[in-house]
Design a protein around this ligand. Structure first.
Ligand code: GUN
Length: 297
């Protein structure tokens, strides 16, 4: 058997198109474009690339991008003052502070300072709480993107066995919550789980978010399982090459012999994250402007 390849890149492109057309509609009703502010502190090279891509995608979707690049030694007070200013700015619907922050800044208190109604990352405790009790708020982009791919592929998830590997606040925990809300039977596995392979083998749905290259092989998978690979790991470069290959947490080729469907790396979950960020910003804009959120977005 060869698994269906779940094309996150194509799904994300279609989502960005839909968001773009709703953004045009929004602008004609509200008299302004939806606005997203992205704050980057320091010069982490990967974060610089992400922030650049987010800015470009925001503009391409017909939204206003406000970028703030601050030096690595920015004080907590200065960063909090900027977030306050963005909270109060009516042209800004979403605020994203790129993580990780430099060590001297406390991520929890910075995230807590973002208005929950502009927290398009869904990292604020208010939004984590809303997700946990089933109120509408903002859901972190990566797990929401995984959920879109899963429901597109499987439809109703009721009663399915889902195993989430990884328990981070950004992916594992909200992912489990979303699967639970969709009536799956959910297990969260992690580095201390005993006999992880046997736990994963029960799963109709596997979401891997551990950050260990090719950890999950074909022997771990139930035949026909749907596999969502959140891992993005760079292997050491081969001789004569400058950069190593990007691989997921799942050994794609061999897993494809057993799984029913699987996301590739790259081109699976990765492109969904920015598309969902734009989607969340569009939703924030409608809520902030007192307009009905478009259906099915
Ligand atoms: N760093 C890596 N991914 C993310 C993300 O989705 N949001 C923020 N704010 N920082 C990140």
């Amino acid at each position: 058997m060869t698994a269906t390849r779940i094309d996150g890149k194509a799904f994300a492109a279609a989502l960005r198109e839909r968001v773009g057309s709703h953004a045009l509609d929004f602008a004609s009703k509200a008299g302004r474009k939806p606005g997203l502010a992205v704050v980057l502190v320091g010069e982490d090279p990967a974060s610089q690339v992400y922030v650049g891509s987010k800015g470009k995608a925001t503009v391409a979707a017909g939204m206003e991008s406000f970028e703030h690049r601050l030096p690595a030694d920015t004080s907590a007070d200065a960063l909090l003052a900027l977030v306050d200013k963005l909270n109060a700015d009516e042209n800004i619907d979403g605020i994203l502070v790129q993580l990780p922050l430099p060590d001297h800044l406390d991520e929890h208190s910075i995230i807590a300072s973002i208005s929950p109604d502009k927290d398009v990352d869904g990292f604020h405790v208010i939004n984590a709480g809303r997700l946990s009790v089933g109120q509408s708020g903002f859901v972190p982009c990566t797990p929401l993107g995984c959920m879109m791919l899963l429901t597109d592929r499987l439809g109703d998830l009721s009663g399915l066995e889902a195993v989430v590997i990884g328990r981070s606040n950004i992916v594992g925990k909200p992912m489990a919550q979303l699967l639970l809300d969709a009536n799956a039977t959910v297990t969260i596995a992690h580095s201390r789980t005993k006999d992880l392979a046997a736990v994963v083998k029960r799963a109709d749905i596997v979401v891997a978010a551990v950050g260990r290259p090719n950890m999950i092989g074909k022997d771990w998978l139930k035949p026909g399982a749907t596999v969502i690979d959140v891992g993005i790991n760079r292997l050491p470069p081969e001789p004569g090459k400058e950069k190593g290959k990007l691989v997921g947490d799942v050994a794609f080729d061999e897993a494809s012999e057993v799984a029913g469907a699987i996301t590739p790396v790259p081109g699976g979950v990765g492109p969904m994250t920015i598309a969902v960020l734009l989607r969340n910003t569009l939703v924030a804009a409608h809520r902030n402007a007192g307009l009905a959120v478009p259906e099915g977005i």
